[in-house]
Design a protein around this ligand. Structure first.
Ligand code: PLP
Length: 401
C-alpha cells in the first residue's frame, strides 16, 4: 500500500534534463565521443567544471565555525547588504527601497516569491519558453504557471501578448506575479534590450492601478550577458510604489559554485512599513521551509562581493569565463546562420534554443549521433555552456540535419 497523498503518487522519477545528462555521461564513459549540451553548468574547453579559483579559495578559507554556526533566519546582515549592493548600487532609488532574505540559490528565491505573491491555486505568469522548474516550484507550492507568447514576428519580446495576459490574469485571479528571466534567458538565450524593458514597464504600470502586480526578474545568468548586465535597471524605477519588484539573485553561476546553494530574494518596496511587512513575510517563509541557509556559503560570498581585492580577482576570473562562453556563442552564430537554423537573437549566456516542431524526434536522432540536447515544447535547448569550442561545429552540423 502506498501512503503518499494521491496527488503525489505519480511524480516523475527524475528531472528530465538530469536524466539525459546521465545517459550522455554513461555513453561517454564507455569511450564514445559524446557532445553533451544538456546541463546548465559552465565547462572549460577541456570538459572540466569551470570554477573561479578565487571563489574556490575563499570557500576553502572559510573557517569551521563559520560553517558550523546557524545563520540568522533571514540571512546574515552582511550577506544581504552585499547582495543588494551588487544588484542595485547602479540605481540608488531601488537600493534605498530594497530588502532581502537569503535563499538556497535562486531556486529558493523563486519559491518564496510564488508562496508570498500568489494565493494557492493561482498561476504565475511567464514567457511561453521558460525554465521547466518554474512549473515544479509552482506545483510544489500548489500554484500554477500561465504563459504569454514570448516572441513577436520581429523576434522581440511580444509585449502585446504580455499586456493581454496580464489583463486576463487580473480578470481571472485578481493579481499577477510575472517572472522574467533576463538577461540570457534560459532556455532561449534571448537578452532583452533596454527599449523592451521600457515597454514592459509601460505596459505594467496602468495594470498595476487595477490590481496587485509583481514583477520578478530572475537574474541567474546576469554575470554572463554580452552587454552590461544591469543596463535596464533604471527602466524599472517607475514600478516603485506602483507594482511589486523582486529579483531572484543567485551565486550559483555568478561564482561558479552551484552546490554552495547561496542566493537571495531581493524586494524593492517604496513604503517603509510595507517593506518591513515584506521582510517579515519572507523571513517567516524561510523559517517555515529551510529555516536558515548555508552559513559558510553566505560568509564566503559576502567576502567575494565586498572585499575589494577579492571582488576584483573574482571579477577578472569571471571575465575570462565570460569570454570563453562568448567565443562559443560567436562560433555558434556564425555556423548556425550558415545552416539557416531558426533561433532567437543570441548574444551571450549559457543556452540557446533552436526552434523546431519536432523537438523529441530531432533530439532522439541527434542522440543517435552522440549529440545530446534537451527537447522542449517547440525547440531544442542547447547548453553551449557545456560544449567545448572545438565541438561547436559538430553540434551545429547535428542540429542542422
Ligand atoms: N533561474 C533560472 C532560469 C535557472 O536556469 C536557474 C538554474 O539553472 C536558476 C534560476 C536557479 O539556480 P540556483 O538555484 O542554482 O541558483
Amino acid at each position: 500500500m502506498i501512503h503518499l497523498i494521491p496527488s503525489h503518487r505519480s511524480r516523475p522519477s527524475d528531472d528530465p534534463i538530469f536524466s539525459l545528462h546521465r545517459d550522455a555521461v554513461a555513453r561517454a564513459s564507455k569511450g564514445e565521443k559524446i557532445i553533451n549540451a544538456t546541463i546548465g553548468v559552465l565547462l572549460d574547453d577541456d570538459g572540466s567544471l569551470s570554477v573561479l579559483p578565487t571563489a574556490a579559495r575563499v570557500v576553502h578559507e572559510t573557517e569551521a565555525a563559520a560553517w558550523a554556526a546557524y545563520a540568522p533566519i533571514a540571512g546574515t546582515p552582511a550577506f544581504l547588504e552585499a547582495v543588494q549592493n551588487d544588484l542595485l548600487s547602479g540605481e540608488p532609488r531601488l537600493r534605498a527601497a530594497s530588502t532581502a532574505v537569503a535563499t538556497p540559490g535562486g531556486s529558493g528565491a523563486l519559491r518564496h516569491a510564488i508562496a508570498n505573491y500568489l494565493e494557492p491555486g493561482q498561476a504565475l505568469l511567464t514567457t511561453s519558453y521558460f525554465w521547466a522548474p518554474y512549473k515544479t516550484l509552482a506545483d510544489e507550492a500548489e500554484r500554477k504557471v500561465a504563459t504569454f507568447n514570448m516572441f513577436s514576428a520581429d523576434g522581440k519580446l511580444d509585449v502585446d501578448a504580455l499586456d493581454r495576459a496580464v489583463a486576463k490574469q487580473i480578470d481571472e485571479q485578481g493579481r499577477v506575479l510575472l517572472f522574467i528571466n533576463d538577461p540570457c534567458h534560459n532556455p532561449t538565450g534571448y537578452s532583452m534590450r533596454r527599449e523592451e524593458w521600457k515597454q514592459v514597464v509601460e505596459r505594467l504600470v496602468p495594470h498595476a492601478e487595477r490590481a496587485p502586480i509583481t514583477l520578478l526578474v530572475d537574474v541567474a545568468y546576469a554575470a554572463y550577458s554580452a552587454g552590461a548586465p544591469w543596463d535596464h535597471l533604471s527602466e524599472l524605477t517607475p514600478l516603485l510604489g506602483k507594482a511589486g519588484l523582486l529579483f531572484a539573485w543567485s551565486a550559483s553561476k555568478t561564482f561558479t559554485h552551484y552546490g554552495l546553494r547561496v542566493g537571495a530574494l531581493v524586494a524593492c518596496v517604496g513604503d517603509d512599513k510595507d517593506r518591513a511587512a515584506t521582510q517579515n513575510a519572507l523571513a517567516y517563509s524561510s523559517r517555515g521551509t529551510w529555516s536558515n541557509c548555508n552559513a559558510g556559503g553566505q560568509h564566503a560570498i559576502t567576502r567575494l562581493l565586498s572585499d575589494p581585492a577579492l571582488k576584483a580577482a573574482a571579477d577578472a576570473e569571471r571575465e575570462v569565463k565570460r569570454q570563453l562562453l562568448l567565443k562559443r556563442v560567436n562560433v555558434f552564430n556564425e555556423l548556425a546562420h550558415g545552416k539557416n537554423l531558426n533561433y532567437p537573437r543570441y548574444d551571450g549566456g549559457f543556452f540557446v534554443s533552436v526552434f523546431t516542431d519536432q523537438a523529441s524526434e530531432k533530439a532522439a536522432k541527434m542522440r543517435d549521433r552522440g549529440v545530446f540536447v534537451v527537447p522542449i515544447t517547440g525547440a531544442l535547448r542547447v547548453g553551449l555552456c557545456a560544449v567545448p569550442q572545438q565541438d561547436v561545429a559538430a553540434l551545429v552540423e547535428a542540429l542542422a540535419v
